[in-house]
Design a protein around this ligand. Structure first.
Ligand code: HEC
Length: 177
């Protein structure tokens, strides 16, 4: 590499630097826009609005959120796990477990002519959505000593669906949260 070539390279670098800054200055000049002091619109207010409509539509409680995962139709399928021991049709008879038509909104352990365990009788709560959700997640853990020999439903969609299905089998379905 001789001195002439090195000069060419240096000249090219200087030219590039000049062009780079020169063009920058020139566009600054052409496209100069005065920035307003106040932003023309704020993003916060509409963002808050969106958040509040979302919570309103997906339910305020955890159980409301859970139920939104399920469907009555899928619940009918899931209920096949229960029919060995329960009838759910109106006027159905007690089997190994009590007949559970219209069970939501009823006091636990209140089906006539059914001999409950002491544990379930002592439980004495009304079957609301949260109650029945906790019970069906793991029956023996929720009511220690229950004679319902069923492991529970861990899948949330399945559990939500079977609860919705049971609620539909009623003269007075509970309003879903
Ligand atoms: C192996 C039989 C068996 C299966 C399967 C079973 N249950 Fe039960 N269930 C029982 C028995 C027995 C009881 C009464 C428990 C007690 O007295 O401790 C009961 C009680 C209940 C109760 C409380 C009823 C009341 O009057 O308070 C509900 C609700 C219930 N079962 C729902 C279900 C659902 C939903 C399924 C299916 C996902 C299911 N069960 C599966 C046997 C069963």
């Amino acid at each position: 590499m001789n001195a002439f070539e090195i000069n060419k390279i240096i000249a090219a670098v200087i030219l590039a630097v000049l062009l780079f800054f020169g063009v920058g200055k020139l566009t600054d000049f052409i496209f100069y826009v005065e920035k307003p002091k106040e932003p023309a619109y704020t993003v916060e207010a509409p963002a808050v609005k969106v958040a509040s409509t979302q919570t309103a539509s997906s339910g305020n409680t955890d159980v409301g959120k859970l139920l939104s995962l399920g469907t009555v139709k899928h619940g009918e399928k899931v209920f096949k796990k229960c029919i060995a021991c329960h009838t759910i049709a109106k006027g159905g008879k007690n089997k190994i477990g009590p007949a559970i038509f219209g069970i939501l909104g009823k006091k636990s352990g209140s089906v006539s002519n059914y001999k409950y365990s002491k544990a379930l009788l002592a439980h004495g709560k009304t079957w609301g959505f949260e109650e029945i959700n906790a019970f069906l997640t793991k029956p023996q853990a929720y009511i220690k000593g229950t004679k319902m020999a069923f492991g529970g439903i861990s899948n949330e969609k399945d559990r939500a669906s079977v609860i919705l299905f049971m609620n539909s089998k009623s003269d007075n379905p509970l309003p879903t949260p």
